[in-house]
Design a protein around this ligand. Structure first.
Ligand code: DOR
Ligand code: ZN
Length: 417
């Protein structure tokens, strides 16, 4: 047979939805056309995009698997139309040397339902210890959950980082500035915001720009002011929560996150910048914590779940005609894959056959009880969402009519390059 599978449907191709047939062999797109012969034919209903890539999740595995593990995390991703995730290195044992990386890779690889890459943590002095199988490097310029800030980086270390040739993602809140505003008595989203004000993000954006690392990204930007500072020289990432939630949210500690949710005005400006195509990547910053962790606002750790709702929330904005297909596709699908250097996110010969189908008419209210995270409490509960119907990973059907139908076939992306 010419192909293993032929997928038939309305695919997003060169900026439009077109009736096409996709010939797939060994998980790769081999032919794009019509009337293809030879292969098991499968028609997908609705409209079809290449699946999403989420470059920013915290699946807590190994070390805090009571919060999430690689199975629950990757199942959540699959249901949300994301077939590749990149997991952050702020595990209880930070992923900052070969041994920690190797241990994590061995632990998670047989639990993955979708493809994955792993970050290593740069702590200011370990550029020579970073495992070459890392997909990317994380740098915390300010402290957050399980992480200490880096401070000034020596030239020797900067050279070491650049020799690794990996994309670099920054947590952009300046540590000195955060220390200046520190307040342990925060009782509301607004208090939390005041304790980590916008100027700390701005100071960090200036520091990131000054470092001048080539392929770099500032994570979870909460105000368009940061984009102005970066001048397009460093890429900008945004999360659904910094687009759609603000300090008026009634989610209490479940909306406590770093960088914090901003006031309504800043949030609306951030959303407008996104709709105008000014952000490069849309990531979830999926950061689960338990009910017990989140009980008391002042002590609650920061973090919001989101890997499963990232695409559905944004598709609902497309349905409302607030967001264009183009900006959605570029930020949630194409750019994240391109930034990480994987052959995903495009309908192109030689790329992996990862797709999801959806119907905009299928808009529903989010019911958090149906999410697959270990603690499925979401500040987006009741928000409009459009979930995918079918999802494929390298040609295999992973989700069919909204239900998981495959086992743990996720692979380490560095072995797929
Ligand atoms: O809110 C956050 N939670 N921000 C971070 O930077 C880390 C994350 C986590 O790991 O919980
Ligand atoms: Zn994060």
């Amino acid at each position: 047979m010419a192909f293993d599978t032929i997928l038939i449907g309305k695919f997003y191709f060169q900026g439009q939805f077109r009736d096409l047939e996709i010939g797939i062999r060994n998980g790769l797109i081999e032919k794009i056309g019509k009337d293809l012969k030879g292969g098991i034919r499968k028609e997908l209903e609705g409209a079809i995009f290449p699946s999403g890539t989420d470059t920013h999740v915290h699946f807590r595995d190994p070390g805090e698997t009571h919060k999430e593990d690689f199975s629950t995390g990757t199942i959540s991703a699959a249901y949300g139309g994301t077939t590749t995730i990149f997991d952050m290195p702020n595990n209880i044992t930070p992923i900052s040397d070969y041994a920690a990386f190797d241990d994590k890779l061995h632990t998670v690889r047989n639990r993955a339902y979708v493809d994955f890459g792993l970050y290593s943590l740069f702590n200011g002095k370990n550029s020579q210890l970073i495992d070459k199988r890392s997909s990317s490097i994380k740098i915390y310029l300010g402290g957050s959950t399980n992480s200490i800030p880096v401070g000034d980086i020596q030239d020797k270390e900067l050279r070491g980082l650049s020799e690794l040739g990996k994309p670099v993602v920054f947590h952009g809140e300046d540590a000195v500035c955060l220390a200046r505003h520190k307040n342990d008595e925060v009782h509301s989203l607004s208090d939390h915001e005041h304790s980590r004000p916008e100027i700390c993000e701005a100071e960090s954006a200036r520091a990131i720009l000054k470092l001048g690392i080539g392929r770099s990204l500032m994570g979870h930007i909460s105000t368009p002011n940061s984009l102005d500072i970066l001048q397009g020289k460093v890429k900008g990432e945004v999360t659904p929560h910094h687009l759609l939630l603000n300090t008026d949210s009634e989610s209490g500690s479940w909306g406590k996150v770093n960088p914090p949710l901003r006031n309504k005005n800043t949030q609306e400006n951030n959303l407008q910048a996104y709709l105008d195509g000014k952000f490069d990547l849309l990531s979830s910053d999926h950061a689960p914590h338990t009910e017990h962790d989140k009980e008391e606002f002042p002590q609650a750790p920061s973090g919001i779940i989101g890997v499963e709702t990232r695409i559905p929330l944004l598709l609902a904005l497309v349905q409302k005609k607030v967001l264009s297909f183009e900006v959605f596709y570029n930020t949630a699908i194409r750019n994240p894959a391109e930034f990480m250097g994987i052959r995903k996110g495009k309908l192109e010969v030689g790329y992996f056959a990862d797709f999801f189908s959806f119907r905009l008419s299928n808009v529903k209210r989010l019911n958090q009880e149906r999410l697959h995270s270990k603690t499925p409490v979401s500040p987006f509960n009741e928000f409009p969402v459009v979930f995918p119907d079918d999802v494929t990973l390298r040609g295999e059907l992973l989700i069919e009519s909204g239900e998981l139908v495959e086992d743990r076939i996720g692979r380490h992306v560095e072995e797929l390059k």
